[in-house]
Every structure is written in C-alpha cells, then in structure tokens.
Design a binder for this molecule. Sequence first.
Ligand code: PA5
Length: 461
Amino acid sequence: MSVVLDWSNLATDRLDGRGVPPADVDGPLADRFRQALRTVLGWRDDGRLGFLDLPDGVDIAHEVTARVSEWVAGVDDVLVLGIGGSALGAVVLRDALGGVRWNDSVALRRGRPRLHVADNPDPDSVRSLLADLDPARTAVNVVSKSGSTAETMALHLVVRAWMEEGLAGGGHAAVAEAVARRLLITTDPERGSLRPMAEREGIATLPIPPDVGGRFSVLSAVGLVPAAVVGADLPALLAGAAQMRDACLVDDLRRNPAGLFATLLHALHTDQGRPIHVMMPYADRLRPLAFWFQQLWAESLGKDGRGPTPLPALGAVDQHAQVQLFMEGPHDKVVVFLTAPFAGEVTVAAGSDAPEALRYLDGRGLGELLDAERRATTEALRRGGRPSATLELSAVDERTLGSVLMLLEVATVLAGALYGVDPLDQPGVEQGKLYTYGLMGREGFDPPDFPPADPARRAGA
Ligand code: PA5
C-alpha cells in the first residue's frame, strides 16, 4: 500500500474518552458514510465528478510528455501562470517529485529547466521574477479553466508584452510566431477567451475537461505539464491515483481511507466541536501539499454557513510556533500528520570536543530526529486528549503522490455530502471576481457600492 491512513489516535480509547467511539465506525458513522457515498455516486452519474476519470487518461499523459519535451527544448525556465486550483498543484508536484531546491540546484535538474509558478499579481514579485528570466529561453504555460480569471489574464498579458519586447528584432510576424512557440495554454476545450485566442494565433493548447473543476484538476494537464517538466513518470502518477480511487469508492467504511478521513473529521467537527483541521507534513517536500489541501478543503466545503477551517502547518518548524496552541489551546482542532521516508539521511557527527549535552546526537540522523519529533508530538497530543491521524506515504514518488492527491479529492466530495454542501461550486469566490471586474472597469460589470472608511474608526501611529 502506498498511502495508509492511521486513525488510531482519533478514537476514544486512546484519548481518555474524547474522540470518536471506535464502535461507531461500524454503526452510526458507517450509515452516515454510506449515505454520503450514495450522494457522491449520484454526482458522478450526473457527470459532475470528471476528476474521478482523470487517472484513466493515459493518452493525455503521453500527449503531455511529448508536447512538453518539444516545448521546453532549449529553454532554461518554465513559467506557469495560474491561481488557486490552476497553480497550487504545480508547486506540489515540483517540490515533491523534483525536490524543494529544484530551481536552485543544477544537480537536481540534470539539464531540465527551472519551474516557476506565478499566481499573485504582485508587481514587485513579477518584476523581479521577469528581470531574472530570458524571454528567448523561457517557456510559458498559461493555466485557467475559465479562461477569464483577472489575475491570470493580467499576468498573461504582462508576460506576453515582456516576451514580445525581448524577442523583437525580426518583423511583426516573426515575433508573433516566436511568442506563440513559447506559449502553452491549458484551458477548457470550449469556454473562455484563451482558447479562441490560442486558435487564432497558433498557440498549442491542452484541455481541462469541462467536468473537472479547478481545485480537482491536478491530475489533468494542469498538473501533468509541470510534473513532466521535472521529469516525472506520468503513467505512474495516474496509476497511483487509479488504485486509490477504486479503494475510495467501496462502501465498507473501515476499508475506505477517503471515507474514514471525511467521516471522522466531519464527526469530530459536528459532534465534538472541532472545526479546525490541521494538515501537518513532516517533510519539506510535502509542505505545498498542505496548502493545496487547504484550498481544496476550504473552497469546497466553506459555504451556507457550514464547513471546517483547514490550517496548514509544518513539522518540526511549527513545533516552535503553532503546536503550543494545538496542545493547550481550545479543544477545537484535529491534526492530520503526513509522513514519508526521506530519500537519504544526513548523519550528525558530534566531534569529541562537542559539549556533553549534545553527545546524544552523535551518529543520529536528521531524518531520525524529525521522525522522533513527529512521534513525540503525536504522543503528547494524545495524552492531552487532542485527536490526530496520520497519513503515511510509503515513499515520495509518482505513485504515492497520485494516491494521496486522489484520496484527498475523494475525501473532499464525501465531506461535501456529509456537510450538506455542494463541494464543486464556489459562489463566494465568483462574487469577488465579479466585483473585481467592476472595480477594474470591465464592460458589463458594475463596481460594488461600498461605504467609505469612517475616519472615527481608524487609528494608527
Ligand atoms: O478551484 C477553483 O475552482 C478555483 O480555485 C480556481 O482554480 C481559480 O479561481 C482559478 O480559476 P481559473 O482556473 O478558471 O482561472
């Protein structure tokens, strides 16, 4: 098994009476889960859960591999432009499969390009990023399901102008051709403004299937392109996801890791007042996964006055920041640890003149230390009556990544059914997008009418 959910420390017998009575997993919680699974299977029959079919897309994996190897030939940098579900998965796959120092390390890249993800339209970041890149040796992947998101569209226009300026020299047609050759657009097959533009200008495109929403798109071309840039084995990524999908659609709660994840976290929230769900990897390479999960869980479940609050953390860094709160703050959290073996070990050598107090570290590994910290934190939480679960990855590789991403996606739609919300829409986000269009003067969109700041309610020094 490449990913295992260990929920031992969510159960009452481990938490001095707090937590979930383990027998409920065969009783009322199993009933709740089966009802939720029926709802999810209904959504699938209605054609709303295209993400479940993505692992079967071996053809698209081959197409992406071929397309990417042609598109990145001779480039030093790949720049992904997208936001939310169109950006976070790229960082997950780069850091997990390429390594957190991918962009800094020639040894890690072995001749492959650096991979940058620009999501926020912060002029300071964008200016300094572009100043470091050579437009003649940069390939740009514009990713937008809707083909209309203001942040991504604005970044796209900025980057195009930068390319046009940097590639100027030949005639207009030659520049346009050079820009088009460096662009790759990942978008809906029909909707939005990117696709007609790509067709008009001869820019290569890859599809995001219409029935796959942004935050569920990591296993489509959205994530496959960046994964291919770092040299990942795409069929293995999809195979891991396929295996997990099948395991997560069985109606036996005890054997269904996504079912347990969703049902137990939902029960701990709604029955026991623990609405905060912490995702805490103990590995730098998995850190972006906590942010990807945060977006998936928050945007899918936070609606109609309901939903949990996901909170990313990192072990051991947050042992010196948030763990005090997890340990002794309000009983309102469940911590999910994420563990995986390290690719290698670094051994501590305390020389003979090292202080006596540090000798215990001699000959021990940094990975061993990090793992001991995780186990110690888990146990301290348990003794304090604080529930935690662990997602154990057998390795950080394509198969395991595909598995864990799919597990969390299926858990999200199951949680949507349990909370009684539609996990596939995002009306709150859409409203903000419409107001932004109005404020930026887009035709057909009115700026919102909002009250000015009250001078009597402002203070500063
Ligand atoms: O999950 C979602 O649907 C959102 O986070 C989108 O990914 C985000 O708003 C970007 O949208 P788009 O890909 O249409 O530009």
